[in-house]
Ligand binder design. Structure first.
Ligand code: UFG
Length: 327
């Protein structure tokens, strides 16, 4: 049993954050969630306690951090939708970059020097090599990815100038829901493929749009590495152990190392739901790279991560069970 820690979790009421908070609670840690509830929900916080706050308000943020005195911070709070970032770039730079700088300043003022940061595969843009490892060039093709590169750079500079250390986890396509059934993706406006497909199966949308069938991939649709949200949550718990024990910075891809096309996801979703929901093939969506697959050997070797749910039908089944419960 590892020593219980005090962990400050931004965005812990959101989709990925809430699964991680549950895992942190199970691992015996004392959690304080800091969330403005813009996309998250109070009921999703299954461990620790929730303080409603916004990273844009640095005063209350500093006070809360100084009062809690955490051993480490996990920073989920961010805007995460690629297409939206293309339409609203300033919103993404403000929420993802400026607010992260606020958090780093508040951490520095409170003497907190360990961070787990939510980064993304979108930092690679269109990777030259597939699967992409962490040394692949950072060449984002949308404002979302660019905002995450900027913060990664700030983290590296801060680590070089002080005793601050971090683990940046670069998430590939996170999907599925906790099999115990109390939490899942609950952001109504989510545009993610699996969520959209299942909401279409449920009848919330008349049809699922397939964005682009002329990509240089075997079936012409984009390929992504879908990782179950609980496997990703576990990666955070292990990254925390790693940084507290070694005091070393690391950047780690989080994915399974294999990809599925949009058409394959649609077919699997039809099988799992037994609903032959309608799809329409349309043009490409702005900001989409053709294929993103993780080389995750570094995560496995540094932290001992062993995924439990590397199974697309299982991922979609847990998401479907959750989706059916949502009002
Ligand atoms: N897609 C459709 N129809 C939809 C929704 C999506 O065809 O209704 C396609 C997209 O065009 C894309 C693929 O399905 O080709 C996956 O799209 P998502 O919106 O589910 O996810 P993204 O790959 O765009 O982005 C997600 C996260 C990012 C992260 C990225 C990393 O939102 O935060 O995965 O791979 F950076």
């Amino acid at each position: 049993m590892n020593k219980p820690l005090k962990i400050f979790v931004t965005g812990g009421a959101g989709y990925i954050g809430s699964h991680c908070v549950k895992a942190l609670g199970r691992a015996g840690h004392d959690v304080l969630v800091y969330d403005n509830l813009s996309t998250g929900h109070e009921w999703a916080v299954l461990a620790g306690r929730l303080v409603r706050g916004d990273l844009a308000d640095i005063g209350p943020l500093k006070e809360t951090l100084a009062a809690f005195r955490p051993d480490a911070v996990i920073h989920f709070a961010a805007s995460i939708q690629v297409e939206e970032s293309v339409r609203l770039p300033l919103q993404y730079y403000r929420n993802n970059v400026i607010n992260s700088l606020n958090l780093l300043e508040a951490m520095s003022a409170a003497g907190v020097s360990r961070l787990i940061y939510s980064s993304t595969a979108a930092v690679y843009g269109i990777p030259q090599t597939i699967p992409a490892d962490e040394t692949a060039p950072l060449a984002p093709i949308n404002p979302y990815g660019a905002s995450k590169v900027m913060v990664e750079r700030a983290l590296a500079d801060l680590a070089a100038s002080s005793d601050f250390r971090y683990v940046a986890l670069r998430y590939f396509n996170v999907a599925g829901a906790d099999p115990e059934g109390l939490i899942g993706q609950a952001y109504r406006e989510s545009t993610h493929l699996i969520t959209r497909a299942l909401k279409t199966a449920k009848g919330e949308f008349p049809k699922l749009m397939i964005y682009g069938t002329d990509y240089p991939t075997p079936d012409g649709t984009c390929i992504r590495d879908y990782i179950h949200v609980n496997d990703l949550a576990q990666a955070h718990v292990l990254a925390l152990q790693y940084i507290m024990k070694n005091g070393k910075t690391a950047t780690l891809n989080c994915g399974y190392g294999r990809g599925f096309s949009v058409r394959e996801v649609v077919e699997t979703a039809r099988q799992i739901t037994s609903i032959d929901f309608p799809v329409e093939e349309t043009g490409r969506r702005a900001g989409d790279p053709p294929a993103l697959i993780a080389e995750s050997a570094r995560l496995r070797s540094l932290t001992g991560w062993q995924p439990q749910y590397d199974d697309l039908p299982f991922i979609i089944r847990t998401a479907w069970d959750w989706e059916k419960k949502l009002p």
